[in-house]
Design a protein around this ligand. Sequence first.
Ligand SMILES: [Zn+2]
Ligand SMILES: [Zn+2]
Length: 447
Amino acid sequence: MESIAEKAFKILTKYPLCSRCLGRLFAGLGSGIGNKLRGESLKSLLTMQADASIRMGDNSAYEIIRVLATSGWGPASQLASALRIPFEEKNCLICMNKFTDENIEILAKKVAEAAKEYEFRSFLVGAKVPSYVKMLEEYIYSEYSLPFAESIKKDIDREVGKKLEELLGREVDFNNPEMRIIVDIFTGNVEIKPSPLLIRGYYLKHEVGIPQTPWLCRKCWGAGCPKCNYKGRDYDYSVSEFIGLPAVKLSGAISYEFHAAGREDLDAYVKGEGRPFIVELKEPKRRMIDFKEYSDLVAEYSGGKIEVKELKYASRSDVRLLKTYLEKAKKKYLVIVTFESSINDESIRNLENYFTDRIIDQRTPLRVLSRRADKIRKKRIYKLSAKKIDDFTLSLEMLTDAGLYVKELIHGDSGRTRPSISEFLGIAPKNIKLIILEVVEGKMQQS
Ligand SMILES: [Zn+2]
Ligand SMILES: [Zn+2]
């Protein structure tokens, strides 16, 4: 069987490689050696064997010295000069002599300088490698069948990572790094990308007429026109801005994205437990947020219209949970309904009995039909309690499946929602005021 040294020599005959790039072709052998030492060991062994042969008068070993000197191996160059063996030193064919301890240090220092103004506890390095280098590596692996080889990318990732751990006193994290670092040892460029910071909580909406996200003017779509007073939008504020912008300010992020579990009607309050949300801050400079300061700032910025509470840091998987959250959730509503004619006390008790634990067949409401598929949904009312405010007005508190259209449950939507409260009472509602008390059950799980 061919020895590793013989194989290394064959490779060097065709491809001049620096010690590190040679050693990396055998990276899986003898853990803890390190690729540079692997390559140096092989080159040292070949030099010593050749020297011994030459001393025994075997001049064919001159070729070994010439090949090693060509690959930039100092001890072989010295020997070649002494023996007057002509050679021309070449750059490493894989790394162009760029993958050196000095260059690793230079890259790491550049990163440390660029990352100075960012707060982060962990990081991950990703090296950029030109595609011709990757192709050449693959080619050499298969030409010499090198099952223990490692890619230069992995090697740079690890070496720069080790240097940075030392320099920054922070750790590499492969799963959830707070900072992503891109290095290019071929050009000397570095790039840093702070991971988004996610904060979750529940919001309360104490005033109606605030959309959850900014609504663009439907005439000009944001460009500005007389209809919207050249503001490009229908409402001056939104829940997402009241919550997002203070977080941007505190974290020094460049922008934010707002995620929430569903949305309430423009004219609905959010009370009680509140609605779950996550604010995603892009490229934040600071990650240690004082949640008390944040919630105070939201209250101040929104003039008390929006309140946030139970703030915690969140992960990417929490965002996924948030999206599926509503499917399982139940909601509690308070609805104030004024009817066109008076209500008698007995029918109130019947109403409670009838609608508690009742399945409602609800065909897609007319008002959302242009945006949603027309189909019948079955939703359950778990509990309904009614209180008389005056002869014409009822206060209804109910716990229902999320996704039940409550206004349609009251007025019946021309028979599309059945049974309905107006159908049951035999009187039509004049005014419906809807308040979400809380979103209950399926409270966001801890990740
Ligand atoms: Zn190299
Ligand atoms: Zn407009």
